[in-house]
Design a protein around this ligand. Sequence first.
Ligand code: IVH
Length: 697
Amino acid sequence: MDLFDAAGASAGGASSGGGPAVRAAGLRAEIARHDHAYYVLDAPTIPDAEYDRLFRELQVLEAAHPELRTADSPTQRVGGKPLAQFAAVRHRVPMLSIGTETDTEASGAFAFDARVRRALGLKDGEPEVEYAAELKFDGLAISLRYEHGVLVEAATRGDGETGEDVTGNVRTLKSIPLRLRGEAPSVLEIRGEIYMRRDDFDRLNARHAEAGEKTFVNPRNAAAGSIRQLDPAIAARRPLSFFAYGLGATEGWILPPTHFGVLDAIAALGLPVCEHRAVVAGAQGLAAFHARIAALRDALPFDIDGVVYKVNSLALQSELGFVTREPRWAVAHKYPAQEAITLLRDIEVQVGRTGALTPVARLEPVFVGGVTVTNATLHNQDEIDRKDVRIGDWVIVRRAGDVIPEVVAPVVERRGGDLPRFVLLEKFPVCPVCGSHVVRGEDEAVARCTGGLFCPAQRKQALLHFAGRRAMDIEGLGEKLVDQLVDAAIVKTPVDLYRLGVLALANLERMGEKSAHNLLAAIEKSRSTTLARFIFALGIRNVGEATARDLARHFGNLDALMAADADALQQVPDVGPVVAQSIAAFFGEPHNREVIEQLRAAGVRWAEGEPAGAANGLFAGKTFVLTGTLPTLTRDEAKALIEAQGGKVVGSVSKKTHYVVAGADAGSKLSRAQELGVPVVDEAGLRVLLSETDTNA
Ligand code: IVH
C-alpha cells in the first residue's frame, strides 16, 4: 500500500519530474510488477481499483504522447486487427515431442530409469541418476521468443519444424510477461504449455451456453481453439494460462547446469513455472513422484494427463541425445485417461431425493479414470439438447477422480444413419419408480416425479423434511436413522412413523432402548400440531413455511385446501400460478391423498378452523383496535393477520388496549389512544410487529 501511495503521489508531478517518458517507463514497470504478483505468483499486491488507476494513467499518458507507446506496454496486450491467416514460423530449435510410458503403474518409472542407466553405461550398484520430475500439462505447446528481454514472437508447435505465429493472441495472456524481469539475455526462447484452468473452462462454457454459442468439449480443446483465433480481441476474452517447462534457442545466456536450475532461472525472469516439481533420485524417486501427483491430480485446478521425467543434468542430457526425434533423457509417464469413447446404449432416468429425474446414459462398459464405467450422467434435457446426444451414438465419457462420470459430447462423425432425438418426457411420461406423473415446469431445467411422499426415491428426503424442526418437529429423527428405516423397509411413508414400536427401533444400529423410547415420545408429541406445520411438512414443491402459513390462514382447514383449484389457490396472498400449480398437482395425486388420510387415521391432529400460530403467536393475549383506512390492507385482512398471531381485535380503546392501528381519517379512537397513552402504529408498524413474530415463531 505504502509503496503504491508513493508511486501515486508522484503521478501528479510526472511532467515536472523526469518527464512523461520517465513516468511512462515507471508506470509500465510498476504495472508489470503487479501483473507478475497477481497472475504468476497468485499474490496480489494492490487493490484492483488502484491498479486500474495506474493503468488509466498510462493510457492517458500514451494517448497524449503516442511515441511513448512501446511494444512491451501493458496497454498494448490486445491490439492489431484480425488476421486472414497465421504466418509460418520456423523453429530455430525444433520442438520435439517426448516418448510415453503408457504403463500407468510404477513399473513405467522403473523401465525409463533402466533405459537411461543402460544408455549411460551405469552398472547395478553405481549411483542413482538424478531426475527433474514435473507435471505433464494437458494443453498445447507454445514457444515464446524474447529478444533483449522483450517478447517478440510466439508460435505453436506445428509439425515441430514450422509452427504458426500466434503472437497477437499470446500477448493477451496476462501471466506471460511482455518484458522479462532483471538481466535478460539477447535471445531466450521459452517453451511451455498454454492451458485452461477447469474453473475458467466451466465459466467460459456457461457463458457460451447462455449466449447460445458453441461450447467446448474439454479445457484442452478450449485452449487450443482460443489460441488459434484469428482475432486477438476474441482470444483476449478466453481465460488462458501458461506454464514454462523448457528452453528453445538461447544466445548470450549462461545456462544453469541442471534442468531444475533452468526452470528456477525462468521463474526468476518472471514466467510462470508450476510449483509441483521436484528433483528425485532413481526409479524409486520417480515412482514416488508419480504416486504423489496421482493423489493430488483431482485437487489440481487444471488437467494433467501424466508426469514428465527429465534427466536433471544438462550435460548428461546431451550425452544421451535423441532417437528418432525423441529425447532419450525424457519421458512422459501417463495416468489413466479421464476421457474415453464408448457406445451409448440407452438413456434411463434416476429419481433424486427431490423427485428430479436425471437422465443417465447406459454405456458399453469402458475403462476411464481408472475404473470401468457403465453409467454416466446426462444432467437434464437441456444438456442433452445442447450436446445433441442420441441413443446409439458413440460418445466421449469423462470421469475425473470421484466426480460422477459424464457424457461430454457425441462423436458426430461416427453417427451411423438417422438417430432420433431423445425426449425425456416422451420416454418417461410417468416415474419409473412409482408410476406417478412426470412434469416439467415451464422455466425449469428438470423434469420431476409428482409422486412426492409415495415415491420411494423421494421418501428419505420427504421423511426428513416431514420430521424437520419447522415441520412436525420430531426430535432425533435424523439422516442416519431415516436411511436405516427406509432401507430396512420399516418406514415407507410418514404414516409408518406413527406405527413404530420399541422393538423395531431398538434393533437398529446405534439405537438402544432408551433412544428408541425417546424417539417414540417425540413422534407421539408430533401427533398434535398446527395446520400450517402440517401443510409445510407435506413437502409440496414451492410451498415453504410462509406459504404454508398463508394457506392455513386462508383456508382454515385441510379439506378446503385440498378441494381448491388453481384459481382458488391464487386468491391466497403471494400465491402465483407456479405455486398454485404445484399445490394442485400435489393434491391431484391419489397417493398423496391416501397418505394424508392415513395420517389422520393414525391420530395426527391439528387445530382446524383456528388460524395457525394463534396459540403461541407473539400477539397471544394482546388486544388491538383498528381505526381509519389502511393503505393496502382491508380491515378484515388486518384483523386476520392479527388473529393469526393470537391477537384479539376489539371495537373500543381502553387502558387495556395494547395497540391502536391507525390509518387515514382516523377519528375519535386515535385521540382516545393518545389520551390514554396507548401505542399507535400505522400499517407499516403493524407489519414490523408481524415480521418480528415471524422470525420468533
Ligand atoms: S518437455 C524435448 N515437459 O507434452 C522435450 N512437455 O510430447 C519437450 N508437455 O506437446 C517437451 N507438459 O507440450 C515437456 N512438463 C512438460 C510438459 C510437456 C506437457 C507436452 C508438450 C508436448 C508433449 C510432449
